[in-house]
Design a protein around this ligand. Structure first.
Ligand code: COA
Length: 263
């Protein structure tokens, strides 16, 4: 099947004050390409600037929330030696997330990998399936944390749990995510969308300026963006490193990476 266009792969709809962003590339487990980040960035900026939007809701089609950044994109960017550049669409999306001062809700079923999880750290109400699987395997790919997750994940779950998640790359399930404070609700997978939509609808009825000012007070948008840029330097230099190329190739060839000669 040929790849959908970015606007098919990320659908954006507005209804009753809720801007719903749906990841819709299910045959690739909703892995996110640079073109898809551009749509995500535009929608997240719109959520902040459009008065008709009260709440931003992230959800997904298919059996996975998102398998994270598209690894074919990583290979292309790494091979070009370009690393992460601040004017790349992914950074527009990250900046928009840092600056978002309206409520964001997420509905997560199945896998949430990499940015599929770190995006949740910028959401205010997170609904996960009890059997969802959340992971941040940046070090499996010889990369580094992004989206301010080097600060936000340990802040939510504690250093040791966050370090293990980054370094060993293993997934936690939805019930564990709830117990660790990463989610507000863990529900059967079939109920995730309805519960998240219900919460988004309730938030959309709240006093808009009050909720905005409250969120602004709870987050330091400038500091988050500054950290995202610092993380981007580490991520970018790793991305064109031999160890990362080995990890990307191993993924494409469906084998385990061999870091024994890295150094
Ligand atoms: N980038 C590009 N393609 C991806 C992808 C990604 N991040 N994740 C999955 N896909 C593709 C697979 O290559 C496969 O494509 P194919 O059918 O053309 O071979 C398809 O999506 C289905 O994935 P598959 O691995 O067969 O599904 P699974 O159910 O066995 O495993 C995951 C699902 C998410 C556990 C697994 O795909 C995975 O580990 N993906 C990589 C996650 C990752 O490391 N992301 C980057 C984080 S920084």
């Amino acid at each position: 099947m040929s790849d959908p266009t970015a606007s098919e792969a990320v659908r954006v709809t507005l209804g009753d004050g809720v801007l719903t962003v749906t990841l819709n590339r299910p045959d690739k487990k909703n892995a996110i390409t640079q073109a898809m980040y551009a749509v995500l960035a535009e929608a997240t900026q719109r959520a902040r600037t459009d008065d008709a939007v009260r709440v931003l809701l992230f959800r997904a089609e298919g059996d996975s929330f998102s398998a994270g950044n598209d690894i074919a994109d990583f290979i292309a960017i790494g091979a070009s030696g370009g690393g992460q550049v601040v004017d790349a669409p992914v950074f527009h999306f990250l900046k928009a997330l840092a600056e978002l001062d309206k409520p964001a809700v997420a509905a997560v079923r199945g896998r949430a990998v990499g940015i599929g999880l770190t995006l949740l750290l910028h959401c205010d109400l997170v609904v996960v399936a009890e059997d969802a699987l959340l992971s941040v395997p940046f070090i499996n790919l010889a990369l580094a944390p992004e989206a301010a997750s080097s600060l936000l994940l340990p802040r939510v779950v504690g250093h040791q749990r966050a370090f293990e998640m980054f370094a060993l790359g293993e997934a936690i399930d939805g019930r564990t995510a709830l117990a660790w404070g990463l989610a507000n609700r863990a529900v059967p997978a079939a109920d995730v969308d309805a519960v998240a939509s219900g919460l988004a609808a309730r938030l959309a009825t709240r006093a808009p300026n009050s909720i905005r000012k409250s969120k602004q007070l709870m987050r330091d948008a400038e500091a988050l963006w500054a950290l995202m840029l610092r993380e981007g330097e580490a991520f970018g230099s790793q991305m064109s490193s031999p160890e990362a190329m080995e990890a990307f190739m191993a993924f494409s060839q469906k084998r385990a990476p061999d870091f024994s000669k890295a150094g």
